[in-house]
Design a protein around this ligand. Structure first.
Ligand code: ATP
Ligand code: MG
Length: 363
């Protein structure tokens, strides 16, 4: 059998800096755990534009379709702000998501004990928090037709259409139930069935899919009530599934329960491939952070935890994913901090690569 394959797209800004630490981790797994991956490297975003005049070369797109997992750093930066929309760095990422048809966006909100004081919320609200938001990523109000700004009488009207087909709801619901099966077997679906037709259909389809997962305890919540509950007592949730728009808002809110952007991984999953595993792209939630790029200040943990998600969801190596997450936990418990994790005076932050080395040591 051939080794699992990974396409690494470091991208721009701090992307290559944090990805360098993930490469060290991958090398460690090869040397110490005898887990060999076929790793290839390519360009995306501004880096691809500089080399090829396009934020994603067709060859890179083709490679992304073939590998078991894509690991992406971040794209964009002020250097590219003036570019035409069609060749903006972000378009490279959007094309990957679209052509790989990555409809299920997984964003964990996990609070490491050592950072519980760092959250803006009370410690007992966030300590030990470990929830996952599944956001539908390829449909809904961001894509529905008709859309546009039209003239009506003597004024203009901005139009977006919330539109979901049964099959679109079905597939993202299934991915959320599958996830719930691997976690706490508890799923909360959020929509606004009280005021939206798409919400009524959403609730119906999710309830139907639930029949295939009798072990999972399903609940429904209106998304506004869900937002409130998420801030009030987030630990009541395990997995949350919701549409594109609500998921955008809820996952950003949930993310900030835990502290720094530099800590947050994500996965975007598509339909199962020949080997039964989903097409997948893993990336930190943060962007290219041009304000700190090139200074060795970036926190590599979000990117490292994204690789942990790849171990779990693309390679079925849940124990190895646990190992990596525990290593991160240990490093934090030992007080190792990059600058973004420091509030108090007097503690010296470590560099990106020192954080990577500390993780390797803990491994
Ligand atoms: P995008 O549009 O790509 O989402 P953004 O401008 O919204 O980018 P980021 O690039 O994520 O946001 O940066 C937001 C802030 O968070 C910046 O001040 C940045 O320095 C900080 N930041 C982001 N990622 C990290 C990281 N890994 N380590 C340390 N600080 C980070
Ligand atoms: Mg942003």
């Amino acid at each position: 059998m051939s080794n699992p394959s990974i396409l690494i797209l470091p991208g721009d800004g701090i992307g290559p800096e944090v990805m360098a630490e993930v490469k060290k981790v991958i090398t460690w797994y090869g040397a110490k755990r005898d887990l060999q991956f076929d790793v290839s490297d390519d360009l995306v975003g501004g880096a691809a534009y500089d080399a090829h005049g396009t934020p994603l070369h067709d060859d890179t797109m083709a490679k992304a379709q073939e590998v078991d997992a894509v690991l992406l750093g971040a794209v964009g930066g002020p250097k590219y702000d003036a570019l035409d929309f069609s060749v903006k760095p972000e378009r490279g990422l959007l094309r990957l998501r679209k052509e790989m048809d990555l409809f299920s966006n997984l964003r964990p909100a996990q609070c490491f004990d050592a950072l519980a004081d760092f959250s803006s919320l009370k410690k007992d609200v966030v300590a030990g928090l470990d929830i996952m938001i599944v956001r539908e990523l390829t449909s809904g109000i961001y894509f529905g037709e008709p859309r546009g700004i039209i003239e009506e009488g003597n004024e203009r009207v901005g139009i977006n259409t919330q539109r979901y087909t049964e099959s679109e709801i079905d597939r993202v619901a299934r991915s959320a139930f599958e996830l719930a099966m691997r976690r706490g077997k508890k799923l909360c679906s959020m929509e606004k069935a009280n005021v939206m037709e798409s919400g009524i259909l959403w609730r119906e389809v999710v309830t139907e899919v639930a029949k295939d997962y009798p072990e999972v305890e399903l609940s429904h919540m209106y998304a506004d009530a869900g937002a409130m509950q998420l801030c009030r007592w987030p630990k009541q949730f395990d997995v949350i599934v919701t549409d594109n728009l609500f998921g955008d808002l809820l996952s950003d809110a949930a993310a900030m329960l835990t502290g720094s952007l530099g800590m947050l991984p994500s996965a975007s999953l598509g339909a199962p491939m020949g080997n039964g595993r989903p097409k997948a792209l893993y990336e930190p939630v943060h962007g290219s952070a041009p304000d700190i790029a090139g200074q060795g200040k970036a926190n590599p943990i979000a990117c490292v935890l994204s690789f942990a998600m790849a171990l779990r969801y693309s390679f079925d190596l849940g124990e190895e994913a646990d190992r990596l997450e525990k290593a991160v936990e240990k490093v934090l418990a030992d007080g190792v901090r990059t600058a973004d994790l420091l509030g108090e005076e007097g503690v010296t932050p470590v560099t990106t690569s020192e954080m990577g080395d500390a993780i390797l040591n803990a491994l």
